[in-house]
Every structure is written in structure tokens, then in C-alpha cells.
Design a protein around this ligand. Sequence first.
Ligand code: ZN
Length: 570
Amino acid sequence: MARHLITSAIPYINGIKHLGNLVGSQLPADLYARYLRGRGHEVLFLCATDEHGTPAELAAAKAGKPVAEYCAEMWQVQDDLGRRFGLSFDHFGRSSSAQNHRLTQHFAGALDARGLIREVSETQMYSPADGRFLPDRYIEGTCPNCGFEEARGDQCDNCGKLLDPVDLIDPYSKISGSRDLEMKETKHLYLRQSALKDDLEAWIDSKTDWPILTTSIAKKWLHDGDGLQDRGITRDLDWGIPVKKGDAPWPGMEGKVFYVWFDAPIEYIACAQEWVDAGKGTDWERWWRTDKGAGDVTYTQFMGKDNVPFHTLSFPVTILGSGEPWKLVDYIKSFNYLNYDGGQFSTSRGRGVFMDQALDILPADYWRWWLLSHVPETADSEFTWEGFQAGVNKDLADVLGNFVSRVTKFCRSKFGEAVPEGGPDTPALPEQLAELDAKLQAYTAHMDAIDIRKAAAELRGIWVWGNEYLQAAAPWSTIKTDPELAAGQIRFALNLIRLYAVLSAPFIPQSAQTMLAALGDEAATWPDDLSAALTALPPGHAFTVPDNLFAKITDEQREDWQARFAGNTG
Ligand SMILES: [Zn+2]
């Protein structure tokens, strides 16, 4: 038994996530966590909401709520949707937690003590009427490029041009509307990432097993242009973690907060403290401190490709730069993007399927199966309703669901609702069993390597194997001539259902649970020995016929949903 720490990139707080977000980190992380638990390993699986920064403040203002209240509500919404999707986090924390406040301030103090933080004077737009410096997104004005009157300080939404607030014609504060703005000097803290460039490069070079997507992005940021740049870690905002040196004030930094990218990854660690403080665990340091037992932990992170720079460079600078024995990541699994039906998911235009809508129309396992079997591992992939309908109908309904239904119903009608006695224990031929065992080994190897598409294809092959076995064995014929043989064949097939439930649980946990409950064996464990697994349900063991596991998606449903989620294109 090994110990595995798993984190998913933490989703931003300002709204419900779409399926592209889900498949880019949380869902594959859950697959791996469930798989490792199924194999008997000790797993700590953590995720949280990323709550600080301007977008949260703006979303709260739009909702007419104080930002803390808005974040608390949205955390509840995301927590609930995660549960309903079967995301098996040991804890779903919040980057705004007291634990993260303390830890972020601690890291800043430790980095400063080692000379890795410098103060930089900058000029920034100040609004006397608001009594504060304004972040770029809090300033609007007329675009110098196209004349659009509501261009933001960072970008014009009309022509797309990237802007500086000083470029805007007739700028005003988005908070108060005041046009009395002035450029004023302010101080910010910068993390000296460039000072650790060589350490980072040596560390990344040592990770020869990482996906190319991960290392290529990291190397690009290390070397492109002038190389790795120092980064600002503070902002003039109210909502965030106040800038402090550990417990002590930071002279000149009063009223400022840490920038969201600095505190968000630290939440991975703080989340483990939250897990203990919530009474779910007893010792977080044995997962995170190499001097307190974390030396034998394997730490795997899951994220979309846009998050790779923060996890390969910025967060490691925080960890390495602190000089303290924190656990560094061992493996980073990154993903490309999932597109939606010929374009992109769009939150603002309501284009694509969001997590709450998905669960309104179909159970989580339908989505989990399709998304994981089409996860954008080596390239971007695309959600289409035709592809989704085909995947659900063929894989889940025709192959797995049909097998479970045929076997249990046939047994009930011919032998009753108990595993039949008599006949051979393993009626399949040795070469057939060898083929099944090879598929099981391949599935396990792909799951160990987090090759998710290959694992899904192999799992589907294992389901297909059962259908082919059943078709060839034809117990509906043998029962007429050799009832003993038919009994052995059905006993074997019922044990296959049990095997399928255990192997499929990481992908489709709710359906696997339904299958095991119907078989009266909810404690079934991973098949370390295939022949033992295929005789686990003994003659006489009672079962029930489960309700139809998967309903097929009709053409009418598909067309209806396609129109409903196309978004506002006007
Ligand atoms: Zn413009």
C-alpha cells in the first residue's frame, strides 16, 4: 500500500463551471483517486474554490451582494454540484479560509527572509472619490482604437485590443463613476522567480516521466523572450489576504492584499489543514511536510494547460524558495481543451452545457463516461451531441447495460433470484480467460500511467468480452440440452457483472454501486486474482435484477438539447 496525495486545480468562484472545466481537472483527478483507493492505497484527494481577485468582486457587485457572502454561496453551489457528479474529494476547501490566510502570510515572510521578495514602485490609477487605487478592470472609458465607450482598462471588448488604463479616453471609475482619476505612485511586492530559474530547470529536467504537454509549457516560460520573469504578488484590493510578513505587519503594504495567483496554490496545503480542522483527518503534516512523514507520499496534480505555468514554476518557487521541507509535486497531468459543438464553451453567451444543466437532463455517469473516454489528453477534443449520443447508447446501454440486464433477467426466469448451482465454475475456455486477463492487465497499466483514453477503451473491451462470451456460450440454448452447463455459464456471467462493477467504479461510480447492490456485494474489492474474482459469488447467493442501468438517448432528445444549449449567438 502506497500513499497518494492528489489535487485538482481549484475552480474559480464566480459561477457554475461548464463540462470543459470539469474534464480539465476535477473529473480526471477523481477517476485517479477512486482507482487508487480501489487498489487499496491510502489517498488524500483535495480541491477547493479559488475565491480572491477582481472577478469575484465584480461578480458579487453584479449580484448585489457583499463579496464574502457571494463567495460563501457560490462555494455551496460548487460543493453540491461536485458531490452530485460523484467527485470524491476528501475535502473541498476555500482559498479564503483562515488557514490559507495564515499559511500565505507565512510563505511571504519566509520568502522575504531569504531575499526572494523585492519592492517595486509603480504608478497606478487612483480615485480620490473611491479612496483607493483601481485595478485595470475597475476602470472604463472610450477605446482609442474603435471608439467603443465601455472599453475596460485591460481590454476593449468591442475590438479586442489589449489596453492600459492610461490609453483610455475620458476614463472613469466603474465603482463610483467618478472621472476624477489621477496617476499616483504605489508600491508592490514582486516574487523573484528569476533567482530560482536554474533550480527550477534542474527540477523539471529530473521529471523525465512527465507528459510532454506539461514540460513543454514549463520550458517555454523558462526560456522564451528574456526568460522567467519576476511576478507581482500584491494588489490594491479589499478582498483577499492582507499582506503580512508571517504574523507581523509589512511596512508600506497597508491596505494591500496578495494577488490571487500567489495564494491560490498555497490553498492545496491549507486545504489539508481545513480537512483536519473539519474533523475528517488527524494529521495533515504527514501529507505535506517531508520532515513529518510526507517523504513516502506520491503527489499528483491535475490541471488544464493554462494552469501549467503556475504549477511548474510559480508555486514551486514558493515551495523551494521558502527553504522549508514542504512536499513538491511528483507528477503533473495536464490537459488540452474540450470544445463545444464546433466552437468554444462560452459562459457569457450561455453556450455549451454547464454542470447544473447536465445533471438536470441526465445522471452523472452518462457525462462521466463520455467526458473521460474523450478527455483531451494529446490534443483538444470536441463535444458533439451526435458523439455523446453514440457513446452513451453504444458503450453504456448496448454493451454494459445490456449485459447486466440479459444475465440477471435470464437467471431470474430460469433459476430464480439466486446464483445457480451446478456445472463448471469457469465455463470459459482457457484461451478466452487468458484474453480477459490480458485486458485486465492492460487496463490496470493504463490507469497506473493515467492514460485515461486508453484505459477507457480497454474497459469497454472488457465489457465487450462479456457480451461475446455470452453470445458464444448461449445459455438460452444450452439450458435445453444441458441445464448444468447453463447454470455454470450464468454463475460465471453473474460474477462477470461483479467484476465489471469493481473495474468500472472509477468511471461510473453510481452505476457500479447499483450493480453491486443488486448483487448483494457492496464490499467487493479489486480483483488481484482473476479466477478468484470470477468465483466470488457462490452458488445460492441472492441477487436482485437492477432497474435498467442506462436509458438510450433518442434522436428527439438529442435535437432538443442541441438547440437548447446552442447559446445566444445574436
Ligand atoms: Zn476598441
